[in-house]
Design a binder for this molecule. Structure first.
Ligand SMILES: *Cc1c(COP(=O)(O)O)cnc(C)c1O
Length: 231
């Protein structure tokens, strides 16, 4: 077994245990393996070990890895999880199956235009800045419902749910509060928009177990499998 396969197996044990504690089926939670800065050959090892979804946060890096993926291996599912500049939309649209980080109205409008031109529909999540940290992208919770409404009406965008990044370096109670707030916004959105909004993308290496217990359907985990990244 490669080191990547061992670390993935250890992660899988923790995911399964968190699902069990939460009384949720394992299939209710999908792992997005965050592969930013990680070499393609390591991704291939992860793929061989069973990883099926990779999350990238830079358009160029995503495009490069996705286009260099060998034809001999089944293609993985690529998700975009980072701040997307409008001028990079064209680089990611051919590859991604889900955008986790729809974080502003101007991006939603430009995406919608590009998708209509391509005759394509893209599943998206609205990113909410639940921790109110100024360094983070995402709409403030108070604006989330209005933004979700706008997104739900734009052609080409298929609103599937919400995403948040938990607060960094804080305690369990504060982190769980952010995840609960995302779930409450999901509920409010369901009622206001009459959409299922089934996806909740929340939880990273340091907090994915709490996120699973709070209802995450997508967790985004990188360093727990690939080790610390170079800053
Ligand atoms: C890097 C990143 C992750 C993964 O972080 P880890 O702590 O390495 O698991 C998750 N979500 C987003 C948006 C990221 O940029």
């Amino acid at each position: 077994m490669t080191e990547t396969a061992q670390r993935l197996a250890a992660l899988e044990t923790r995911i399964a245990a968190a699902c069990l504690r939460a009384g949720r089926p394992r299939e209710a939670v999908q792992l997005v393996l965050v592969s930013k800065t990680v070499a393609l050959e390591t991704l291939l090892a992860a793929h061989t070990a069973g990883a099926r979804i990779f999350g990238e946060n830079k358009a160029q890096e995503l495009k490069q890895k996705a286009s260099q993926w060998p034809a001999s291996a089944a293609a993985p599912e690529w998700h975009f999880i980072g701040h997307l500049q409008s001028n990079k939309i064209k680089d990611v649209l051919p590859w991604i199956r889900l955008l986790h980080s729809l974080d502003r109205p101007s991006l939603a409008e430009k995406l919608s235009q590009a998708l209509q031109q391509r005759g394509q529909t893209l599943p998206v999540l609205v990113q909410v800045n639940t921790s109110a940290e100024s360094s983070k992208s995402g709409v403030p919770p108070a604006e989330a419902l209005g933004f979700m409404q706008q997104v739900s009406q734009l052609p080409g965008l298929s609103l599937q749910g919400l995403m948040t990044i938990g607060p960094l370096g804080t305690d369990e109670a504060t982190t769980r509060q952010c995840f609960r707030q995302l779930r409450q916004l999901q509920q409010a959105g369901r009622e206001a928009l009459n959409l299922p909004l089934n996806s909740l993308s929340m939880g990273m290496s340091g907090d994915f177990e709490w996120a699973i217990e709070e209802g995450a359907t997508l967790i985004r985990v990188g360093s727990a499998v690939f080790g610390p990244r170079q800053p």
